[in-house]
Ligand binder design. Structure first.
Ligand code: SIN
Length: 280
């Protein structure tokens, strides 16, 4: 049976006692799913998974999600490369907190990331537990945010004039595909029950959340800023340190995540799949 060792931080656990290069049986899949729902971020060290293995693992937990603003790697429809060359100077990708593709009508339940080329220093991925962030809110703050409907959009990141838009293309090794469709909006409750566990949490944050229904931008902006600072407090954060041959999976309904730097002069590459929204 698998062994699950909690990180001792706000979320996250390391899973051993399993060989992901081989097909999993139902009991193994169920045990991983239970651990994922409990710890929100799972890491699997010492798993030399190729792209077939990454796809096979992801599909145990749902269909592939739709990745709107990345081109997939050659020969695959559902794997994107999170890539930074050793000499790259463009701003770090995904350095702000976010929940993947929260601007979609049915955002992905989870994301898997497989180590391909891990720098010897830096490049940790941070996760912020949004159940803990909600539970710890003082009552007056909770009152202000409960019942609020958030407006999500990818425009600040992926519109042609966004952070990863046309001006950013030169010198970036990642195959990002900005598009006018990034300006579309989608609403989701800010506080919502997790679709599988029912546990309340905060969903997404400023960046993909661009406003709140019924509030002007002037009213929404200070609230978004206050919320972002709260959601990402150190006490809610797990710092994931990468090793070669490591796979991780996280629950976008429970955590925010962000990339970190500190590996200048080194190449970093991870292969990523998304797991579509849970359909029961
Ligand atoms: C991501 O947000 O998908 C990438 C995280 C990372 O590069 O650590």
């Amino acid at each position: 049976m698998i062994e699950v060792k909690p990180s001792g931080q706000a979320c996250g656990a390391e899973v051993s006692g399993i060989d992901l290069t081989k097909p999993l049986d139902n009991a193994q899949m169920a045990a991983i799913r239970d651990a994922w729902l409990e710890h929100h971020v799972l890491s699997f060290p010492n798993q030399a998974l190729d792209d077939d293995g990454l796809e096979r693992f992801s599909r145990y937990f749902g269909d592939f999600g739709v990745d709107p603003f990345f081109n997939p790697i050659a020969g695959r429809k559902n794997i994107a490369a999170i890539l930074r060359e050793a000499d790259e100077t463009s701003p770090l990708f995904a350095e702000n907190w976010h929940s993947d593709w929260s601007f979609q009508a049915h955002p992905p339940a989870g994301t898997c990331l497989m180590a391909v080329d891990i720098p010897p220093v830096g490049g940790d991925t941070l996760f912020a537990n949004q159940h803990k962030a909600f539970d710890a809110m003082p009552p007056e703050m909770r009152e202000r945010f409960e019942g609020v409907t958030a407006i999500h959009s990818a425009k600040m990141a992926y519109a042609p004039d966004g952070a990863y838009g046309e001006a950013d293309e030169e010198g970036r090794s990642m195959d990002i595909r900005p598009d006018e469709s990034a300006r579309e909006t989608q609403t989701h409750p800010l506080v919502r029950p997790h679709p599988e566990t029912g546990k309340l949490g905060l969903f997404s944050c400023m960046g993909y959340i661009i406003g709140f229904e019924g509030l002007s931008q002037e009213e929404a902006l200070p609230l978004l800023t206050e919320l972002y600072a709260w959601q990402s407090k150190d006490e809610f954060v797990y710092r994931h340190k990468w090793k070669p041959d490591m796979l991780i999976m996280w629950d976008n309904r429970s955590v925010l995540h962000k990339a970190t730097g500190g590996y200048e002069g080194h190449r970093r590459e991870l292969h990523r799949t998304t797991i579509a929204a849970y359909s029961g």
